[in-house]
Design a protein around this ligand. Structure first.
Ligand SMILES: NC(=O)C1=CN([C@@H]2O[C@H](COP(=O)(O)OP(=O)(O)OC[C@H]3O[C@@H](n4cnc5c(N)ncnc54)[C@H](OP(=O)(O)O)[C@@H]3O)[C@@H](O)[C@H]2O)C=CC1
Ligand SMILES: O=C(O)[C@@H]1CCC=N1
Length: 266
């Protein structure tokens, strides 16, 4: 089964590198890339064939679309003449619905919508997948296997996709923002930047591992850290006063709304 990746930016290369690490044969992979300098870089780094979008669409059994949502209509118009019934299109673009894609490609082309995230680069990705209307189990299983090469995969109904995008798609950026803020705070408290960075990163990894390995609710884990009348209670009171919880809710609503807008091409 050959797979083409159209759009080899951050997410496209993340998928490509994951497939290569997972042992997919490089001669079964293709990349559609228009910039020749970038094409050479990918050929050198992965030994993968870089071809035109149309050739990729014509030759591959599965075509992964990893261009920006705003470029999706143009790319679909370009490759539609080369697509045929039975092929699988896997879209990783935020906002773009399976109906949007299905209305622009030949009948019988199966579409799966995926929301991945960048921790896929270290095989700790979280991807959600949703089938379009002409998809059977084999198509969904192929999309699942593509994404499982770089982490966990969850099957969801497409109506949940904008919310998922706001949580796990954009989520790594929120976590990095928190990490950055904690490091800056450490520097304000007088710690060397390298010390603050090591403390924060290991605290994050340790806390994430506790969440995954104990399966305990985050409230329980937070209460274990919060000694009566102690330092953590003082810190958490400040986070509540500064409405951090409300800020997270507003941020994720904004991301969900932006995902809906991207579907309309804005
Ligand atoms: N980054 C992330 O964390 C996540 C991204 N996504 C989705 O992945 C998609 C890509 O995002 P991201 O990787 O961040 O963006 P990038 O801008 O890094 O990548 C987009 C790539 O598409 C290429 N491209 C644009 N037009 C064409 C075309 N006509 N033919 C071939 N390639 C083309 C661009 O090339 P050039 O630079 O030369 O224009 C670029 O390399 C988006 O739809 C986004 O919603 C989903 C989840 C997470
Ligand atoms: O910011 C974005 O639009 C993309 C989708 C999810 C993460 N990055």
């Amino acid at each position: 089964m050959s797979t083409a990746i159209i759009g080899a930016g951050v997410m496209g290369e993340t998928l490509l590198s994951g497939l290569v690490r997972a042992g997919r044969r490089v001669d079964q992979l293709m990349v559609g890339e228009k910039r020749s300098e970038r094409a050479r870089e990918l050929e050198d780094r992965y030994g993968v064939a870089v071809v035109s979008n149309r050739e990729a669409a014509a030759k591959a059994d599965t075509v992964a679309l990893v261009v920006k949502p705003q470029d999706m209509a143009d790319v679909l118009a370009e490759i539609a003449p080369d697509l045929r019934a039975g092929q699988l299109l896997v879209s990783l673009a935020a906002g773009i619905t399976t109906a949007f894609i299905e209305s622009r490609v030949p009948a019988g082309v199966a579409v799966v919508r995926v929301m991945p995230n960048t921790p896929a680069l270290v095989d700790e990705g979280m991807a959600a997948i949703a089938p379009g209307s002409h998809c059977d189990e084999s198509h969904l299983a192929e999309a699942e296997s593509l994404m499982a090469s770089t982490g966990k995969v969850l099957r969801i109904p497409e109506k949940q996709m904008d919310a998922v995008t706001a949580i796990s798609g954009s989520g790594p950026a929120y976590i990095f923002f928190v990490v950055e803020s904690m490091i800056e705070a450490g520097v304000h408290l007088g710690l060397p930047r390298a010390t603050a960075t090591e403390l924060v990163v290991q605290t994050l990894v340790g806390s994430a591992t506790m969440l995954r390995e104990t399966g305990s609710h985050p409230v329980v884990l937070r209460e274990q850290v919060t000694s009566p009348g102690g330092t953590t209670a003082s810190a958490l009171r400040e986070l509540e006063i500064h409405k951090v919880r409300a800020a997270f809710l507003a941020a994720m609503e904004a991301a969900r709304n932006r995902s809906r807008e991207l579907a309309e091409g804005s």
